[in-house]
Design a protein around this ligand. Structure first.
Ligand SMILES: NC(=O)c1ccc[n+]([C@@H]2O[C@H](COP(=O)([O-])OP(=O)(O)OC[C@H]3O[C@@H](n4cnc5c(N)ncnc54)[C@H](OP(=O)(O)O)[C@@H]3O)[C@@H](O)[C@H]2O)c1
Length: 247
C-alpha cells in the first residue's frame, strides 16, 4: 500500500486484539513495526511470526501508565529503526460497571491507561515529530468516544477525553503533523475479559458483543489513514459492524 511501506510505526497494546492485528497487517504492507505491551511472551511470538513471514518487527515491555517506560519505548524504536513515522496509542481496557457498584480501582485504572497512557504516548513521541516536523498520531478510541449508556459511563468518558485530546493536539501542532482517531465498534479481542462482574461480562459478550468485526477490519482502517499523502489528515474514522445499530 502506498505510503505505508518502509514507515516505522510504534504500537502500544500490541500483544492482543486490535493492536496485534495492526502490527501484523501494517508489517505485511511493508511497515517496520515496534510493539509495546506488558505481556512480553505474547509480543515475542508475534514478532517471530511477522519475521517468519518476511516482515520487520521488534518489541519492548511497556506499561503505558509509566511515562518513563513510554519514553524508553520511543527511544528503543528510534535506536533500532532510526526513525519514527507513526505512533499508535492503542492500549486500553474496558471494565464496564454501573457507577453505584463503586469499582473505584477500575475507574482509576481506566483513567490511568486509557487517558494518561495516551498523554504519555504523545509526550514521548511529539518531541521527535516536532524536531523533524513530520509524523502521525493514531489514537484508538471507540464508538464510546461519542456515545454513553449504562455501565459505560467511565469507559466512555475516557474515550470522550481521548477524542478531545486528539482534536486539541491536531490544532496545536504544525501543519505537517497529523492526528487521527479510529473509533471501533464491537470488535473481536480480549477486551471483555477486563469486565470483573461475571453477570455483566456474560451479558456484554452474549448481548452486545455479537456480530463482531474481525480486528483486521480496524487494522485496514488504520492502514488507510497512514497511507494518505502527508497533506491529507484523516481526522476520524468510525468503523462499526454493519449490524451494530444501537450504539
Ligand atoms: N474490541 C472492541 O470491541 C473495541 C471497541 C472499541 C474500542 N476498542 C479499543 O481498542 C483498543 C485495543 O483493545 P482490544 O479490543 O484490542 O482489547 P485487548 O485484546 O484486550 O487488547 C488491549 C491491549 O492493551 C494492552 N494494555 C492494557 N493495559 C496496558 C498497560 N498498562 N500498558 C500497556 N499495554 C496495556 C494489553 O496488553 P498487555 O495486557 O500485554 O499489557 C493489550 O495488548 C483499546 O483502546 C479499546 O478501548 C476496542
Amino acid at each position: 500500500m502506498e505510503n505505508v511501506k518502509g514507515k516505522v510505526i510504534a504500537i502500544t497494546g500490541a500483544s492482543s486484539g486490535i493492536g496485534e492485528a495492526m502490527a501484523r497487517h501494517l508489517a505485511a504492507l511493508g511497515a517496520k513495526v515496534s510493539l509495546g505491551a506488558r505481556r512480553m511472551e505474547r509480543l515475542e511470538d508475534i514478532v517471530e511470526d511477522i519475521s517468519n513471514n518476511g516482515g520487520q518487527a521488534i518489541c519492548k515491555k511497556l506499561d503505558v501508565t509509566q511515562p518513563d517506560e513510554m519514553k524508553d519505548f520511543v527511544e528503543f524504536t528510534l535506536e533500532r529503526f532510526k526513525t519514527l513515522d507513526v505512533f499508535i496509542n492503542n492500549a486500553g481496557l474496558m471494565p464496564l460497571s454501573m457507577i453505584n457498584a463503586y469499582k473505584i480501582e477500575e475507574w482509576h485504572r481506566m483513567i490511568d491507561v486509557n487517558i494518561k497512557g495516551v498523554l504519555h504516548g504523545i509526550a514521548a513521541a511529539l518531541p521527535y515529530f516536532e524536531e523533524k516536523d513530520k509524523g502521525q498520531f493514531i489514537n484508538i478510541t471507540s464508538v464510546g468516544d461519542r456515545w454513553v449508556g449504562p455501565t459505560s459511563t467511565v469507559y466512555s468518558s475516557t474515550k470522550f477525553a481521548v477524542r478531545a485530546i486528539s482534536d486539541g493536539l491536531r490544532q496545536e501542532v504544525s501543519d505537517n503533523i497529523r492526528v487521527t482517531i479510529v473509533a471501533p465498534g464491537a470488535t473481536e479481542s480480549e477486551l471483555a475479559e477486563t469486565i470483573s462482574d461475571p453477570e455483566l461480562k456474560e451479558m456484554a459478550i452474549n448481548q452486545f458483543r455479537t456480530n463482531l468485526l474481525p480486528a483486521a477490519a480496524i487494522a485496514r482502517a488504520v492502514a488507510y489513514a497512514v497511507s494518505q499523502p502527508t497533506d491529507v489528515d484523516v481526522n476520524e474514522l468510525v468503523v462499526r459492524p454493519t449490524a451494530q445499530k444501537s450504539f
